[in-house]
Design a protein around this ligand. Structure first.
Ligand SMILES: [Fe+2]
Ligand SMILES: [Fe+2]
Length: 358
């Protein structure tokens, strides 16, 4: 009896297979692009670096890394109640994000095969890595007696179209922010082993190196296409993608701060650190960085957090749906306005810094 109280219930498609979380603005997305345009891309300007990265991918340093050891072989029922719910949610979100990378890279590998063999092989080898990551996370979900039907996910999710340039901005950032997220959790738990309540975090050190290499690959592609980085449009779009990625992560993580607390992390401190590091890293290739140290930056983000709390309260109330819309409207408008203010906050010229480093 106690068990049923302690175990949060999840909707299942069939026994043990979780109904995927509902898609919202803040859930991981699936992407598609203009594959022909991608295939015509000329990478000659940076071919040597891309070939060096391909060699690294071929070396496959993590070939033997993703093997579940005996530490997994135990009951995880003591992770229960709200912590269990948050854990499953964390694993599902991570698995979905990794799997989304797998699908995109796999398709790119397939479509570029004849026209751009170096890129095609890079994409195939990255999809190999993402498949491992997603599989490992899905296996971890099964420790909590649930898993995702990835075939079902492939068919049921909607795909967002991005032109190639935007795919590169977005995937570059998601790889680099993924790197900083994994390594920050890893280092924290290395210093505080008592907080490592589940073994998957031990794998994050080598794992994040995959993400780092993937990010370097996109860095090299963008350098091969200088027009993606050096005009006024590039500056505006890079700002937009940086901000979107940071806002999405911050809103998601603060909403789930109890998960981070369960492994001894303060979600706000963690996110601020990851944002600062990702911003710095992006400044090595993007023409701009965001001024994340401007006090307005987090002040406005916190205003969005408060709006979202109000929106959740309205959604969970008994008010009829059509009335809820009118109750929610001012908070949506406020979020939009904050996003615009954040976007207009004067950015930092990364070109100047890149110039001085070189
Ligand atoms: Fe990954
Ligand atoms: Fe990756």
């Amino acid at each position: 009896m106690v068990d049923s109280l302690k175990k949060p219930s999840f909707e299942e498609i069939r026994p043990g297979i979780k109904v995927p979380a509902k898609e919202t603005l803040l859930t991981p997305r699936f992407y598609t692009t203009d594959f022909d345009q991608m295939a015509q891309m000329d990478i000659a300007a940076n071919e040597d670096e891309l070939k060096a990265i391909l060699e690294e991918f071929r070396a496959d340093y993590n070939r033997h890394h993703f093997v579940r050891d005996e530490e997994f072989e135990q009951s995880w029922d003591h992770i229960d109640g709200e912590t269990r719910r948050l854990f499953v949610e964390f694993l599902e979100r991570s698995c979905t994000a990794e799997f989304s990378g797998f699908l995109l890279y796999k398709e790119l590998g397939r479509r570029l095969k004849d026209k751009s063999p170096v890129l095609a092989e890079c994409f195939n080898l990255m999809s190999r890595d993402e498949a491992r990551h997603a599989g490992f996370l899905n296996k971890a979900m099964s420790d909590f007696k649930l898993s995702l039907d990835l075939g079902f996910l492939t068919k049921s999710r909607s795909y967002t179209y991005f032109q190639p340039k935007f795919i590169f901005y977005a995937t570059y950032l998601s790889e680099k922010i993924g790197y900083w997220r994994y390594i920050t959790i890893y280092r924290h738990l290395e210093a505080h082993p008592e907080d490592r309540i589940y073994p998957i975090f031990r794998f994050f050190e080598n794992w994040c190196q995959d993400e780092n290499r993937h990010g370097d690959f996109f860095d090299a592609i963008m350098r091969a296409q200088p027009q993606m980085l050096n005009d006024w449009k590039a500056r505006l779009w890079c700002r937009f993608f940086l901000l979107s990625v940071f806002v999405t992560m911050y809103l998601n993580d603060i909403q789930r701060k109890d998960f981070y607390a369960s492994i001894g992390l303060d979600a706000r401190e963690y996110d601020k650190y990851v944002i600062e590091k990702t911003n710095e890293t992006a400044g090595r290739v993007f023409p701009v960085m965001l001024d994340v140290n401007n006090p307005k930056f987090y002040e406005w983000l916190e205003a969005c957090i408060q709006n979202n709390e109000k929106l959740t309260a309205i959604a969970n109330s008994n008010t009829p749906k059509f009335l809820q819309f009118f109750q929610k409207l001012p908070y949506y408008v406020s979020n939009g306005w904050k996003f615009l203010q954040l976007y207009l906050l004067k950015p930092i010229d990364a070109m100047a810094i890149q110039g001085s480093v070189r």
